[in-house]
Design a protein around this ligand. Sequence first.
Ligand code: TMP
Ligand code: ASP
Length: 236
Amino acid sequence: MNKTEQLYEGKAKKVFATENPEYVIVSYKDDATALDGLKRGTILGKGAINNRMSNYLMKLLERSGVPTHFVEELNDRETVVRKVQIVPLEVIIRNISAGSFAKRYGVEEGIVFAEPTIEFSYKNDDLHDPLINSYHALALGLATKEEIETIKSMAFRVNEVLKEYFSTLGVKLVDFKLEFGRTADGKIVLADEISPDTCRFWDAKTNEKLDKDRFRRDMGGVEDAYREMMHRVFGE
Ligand code: TMP
Ligand code: ASP
């Protein structure tokens, strides 16, 4: 499959059309942003790591009954995925308090929840991706009632599968962000990526951060953290 024209360039990925109208090619960049795009930088090797890890996890999820956009990995940085219309919601699942949850509710990071939580943000850069509830999403016409129910149950299923998988690698899945898309025939599938950019990973023994928080928080050791996650997933 070959790239034709570029359709879109985001913060971390480019998307290209192909000869097949049902497929697009995603190309992962090493660029990183944080704090609503205010902080910019490069994480060397990130594009290849996120591409390969995301594809591996999407395949694992497919085998566990979660439909995804994944079609075929082309090379280190490029993957064919189904062309979808992205539902403009960031779906966040949390198992342990951290980040904006800890800040918003004035609690420490690291509290293990009895049950995972779910929240939605409205994907809208001009509004800075505000928190939104499912009734508001419905009122704004971002998704139908059925779609929201499907998204919720798929997101919790993704959590079960990934939490279990990462625990076998000695990694706590603290929280993560998912995006869903609609295929041409109106089916909801998991889209975007699952990577150290979009998940919080803590070492199970030391709680060392192995994800993009090292970049967001200027902690150093960013590339090493991505490489460590690559090593745990692929043994490389
Ligand atoms: P938060 O605690 O900052 O709300 O982040 C929750 C999770 O979502 C965390 O794993 C990082 C991820 N995330 C993204 O992937 N993209 C984003 O734009 C934000 C704000 C968070
Ligand atoms: N949405 C953030 C930004 O680009 C990215 C992040 O924190 O993961 O500003």
